[in-house]
Design a protein around this ligand. Sequence first.
Ligand SMILES: [Zn+2]
Ligand SMILES: [Zn+2]
Length: 348
Amino acid sequence: MEASMKALVFKGPRDMQYMEVPTPEPGPGEVRIHPKAVSICGSDTSGYKGGNKMRTPGLIMGHEFSGVIEKLGPNVTGVTVGQRVAVHHNIFCEKCRDCKEGRDNVCVNRAIIGTTMPVYGPYNGAMADYVIAPAKKIIPLPDHVSFNAAAMGEPLSIALRATEHVKILKDQIVLVYGAGPIGLLNMQCISARGAASIIAVDVADSRLDFAKKCGASRVINSKNEDVQKIVAELTDGGVDVIFDCVGIKETVNTGIKLVRCGGTVVWVGLSEASFEFDYKDAVCKEISFISAYMYTDELEKGLDLIAEGKLDVENIITGVYPMSEGAKHFELIAHGKSKDIKIILTND
Ligand SMILES: [Zn+2]
Ligand SMILES: [Zn+2]
């Protein structure tokens, strides 16, 4: 009889089921991992709602995770059963021009653990008793790094890449749109780089409270406060740098108004695919626009920062729940009823 395991299976929009599925076997060069901590990503919840082509029915999600190696496939060396690990979840082709030039984060041929990619197709993720990963993608964890902290390595890598795209942050006035996990981790990275001040903008006071813990010196609730007026009072002609961790028409176009002439805007958030853009204002202010997507070597760098105690990524984890309750939490988030900032699902 085929061995089976429990997994959270995405059956279709707003339909997630914790059910028995066949246990995957590690092939040559692969290992089987028992996930201990799996974080729910905003991209997972948008996929759950049906708004994301990278999550197709039948997929097991989960790309922000850590765990223990449980079985080695044939021809695996350099890692051991029982080892505590994180995983570089972007399995790029290593052959295309982007890969060869160091942009493996945008490789068109890549597989991503826990997602469905256009060329490769679905690759099951860690919201299950077991997940398969190539042995060469394994990142060993020091004993003192918790599984929960390690699961935050992937969202941290997104923030690290975005902030490293800006050469000078020291002594700069920086505004961050969005105080969700990515915005909050951006604030931690910006704070560590010595920014003069961080202004956090969101529509939820509960999130803005976390922004203060992550380095924001001023928080603005754009629902009931006038962001442009406050920024005009706080600065001499606008902020130096904006990180847009939301990515909707309103934040992108207001960002153009809030940044100083010659300032920098970094686009990180991906909430809307297309919208009207205030092009003339952007050109006439000589704004530099930078976009940041996924990570290349920032996951390893981020896990090092966590291990060195330089960032406290666990302070944004607000809920730790058993994997068996995962479907309930996806539904709460989809309904806007979840109070959590960052949720970790755990296996025993
Ligand atoms: Zn993610
Ligand atoms: Zn490639």
